[in-house]
Design a protein around this ligand. Structure first.
Ligand SMILES: *[C@@H]1O[C@H](CO)[C@@H](O)[C@H](O)[C@H]1NC(C)=O
Ligand SMILES: *[C@@H]1O[C@H](CO)[C@@H](O)[C@H](O)[C@H]1NC(C)=O
Ligand SMILES: *[C@@H]1O[C@H](CO)[C@@H](O)[C@H](O)[C@H]1NC(C)=O
Length: 318
């Protein structure tokens, strides 16, 4: 018996009449979270969704949206409390008629969408993520974000706020990029005031063990870095590296990795932590890289992955 997607009928039916092989061949749904200033219906995002379908036919793609229309969704990339935004997304995915019946999902995060999907894994993970892939995300925060076009007043207004009492509750509860702002030279203020990143990076004295468990359980956590990224400062935040003054500390040399605050070491030991790069500036994503992501990490539920302990690469080499 041959059932086509949607996933819902397949997985509902699976328990009753399908052999397990049929289930194993079904591609997992893919959840995409777009970046700052983008919208769920943007052309680029839609193209990514079509590629997913072309490479892994039958893939159900869900694009995260935080508003009923494109304007509201775009505005929510700049303004809002990331913790409550994430709660909204967690509820939406957990109650989604198709996603909630899948045994797992794959996830693709662009820029800030990457650290938000990582937060989804750590805080909710229902349905659980198999492969989390991020492109140019700010896993270790930013000290600067040059994302605004010259006439993008929404963006400029947001960025003007960023510099104004960054770690005060007013800015932290309203301005999205402030919630992943992190300056090692002003680390205590960050630890105390950060409404998002300090928590999901498990940097505070009290660690959340669930976070580490859930990250370690991923099959893959793949971080793509744009080698010529001039928008995100520092760019190596895309590989979770620390830049403190002139020191650049690769993830594997960091205390957070060695003491495994986030389960990244555990994940690395099973070959699931992967560092990749793309030649180009922020979000100059190539179709080649997207194809690689889709075929290496997404697709059939029953597939296996080649373990890898790739070199992380150094700042100098980029
Ligand atoms: C953000 O929202 C969460 C959940 O509603 C709340 O607990 C937290 O206090 C809010 N953060 C700020 C800085 O207001
Ligand atoms: C950054 O470097 C300064 C000076 O060496 C040090 O005091 C500070 O603790 C470092 N910050 C972090 C987050 O490691
Ligand atoms: C990416 O995959 C699609 C679908 O298979 C294909 O049409 C396209 O040529 C591929 N692009 C590259 C750059 O390999």
């Amino acid at each position: 018996m041959q059932l086509k997607a949607p996933f819902l009928s397949l997985f509902l039916a699976a328990g009753f009449c399908l052999a397990s092989d049929d289930v194993d061949d079904t591609p997992l749904p893919l959840v995409i979270w777009h970046g700052l200033g983008d919208t769920f219906d943007g052309e680029g995002i839609q193209q990514v969704a079509s590629l997913a379908e072309a490479i892994n036919p039958g893939t159900f793609v869900h694009i995260v949206s935080l508003g009923d229309d494109a304007n509201a969704d775009r505005s929510a990339t700049f303004f809002g409390n990331v913790t409550s935004q994430l709660e909204t997304v967690c509820e939406a995915l957990a109650s989604h008629p198709i996603l909630s019946t899948a045994p797992a999902i794959d996830a693709l995060g662009f820029s800030q969408g990457g650290q938000f999907l990582r937060g989804y894994v750590e805080r909710c993970n229902n349905p659980p993520v198999r492969s989390l892939v991020t492109y140019g995300s700010q896993h270790n925060g930013i000290v600067e974000f040059k994302a605004c076009g010259s006439t993008d007043w929404l963006c400029k207004g947001a960025m003007a706020l960023l510099r104004f009492n960054t770690f005060g509750a007013f800015v932290q509860s309203r301005l999205v990029p402030a919630q992943y702002y992190r300056d090692p030279a002003d680390y205590d203020a960050y630890l105390e005031g950060s409404n998002y990143l300090a928590d999901i990076n498990n940097e505070r004295a009290e660690k959340n063990e669930k976070y580490a468990e859930r990250i370690a359980k991923l099959s893959n956590f793949v971080m793509y870095l744009f080698s010529e990224d001039t928008t995100v400062v520092p760019k190596v935040t895309g590989w979770f590296q620390e830049v403190n003054g002139t020191d650049v500390i690769p993830l594997r040399k960091r205390q957070m990795y060695k003491e495994d605050w986030l389960g990244l070491k555990k994940l690395d030991e099973k070959g699931g932590l992967r560092f990749r790069s793309i030649d180009g500036d922020h979000m100059q994503i190539t179709e080649e890289a997207l194809n690689e992501t889709m075929s290496d990490f997404y697709g059939p539920y029953g597939r296996t992955f080649k373990a890898e302990k790739a070199a992380e690469g150094l700042w100098d080499e980029l």
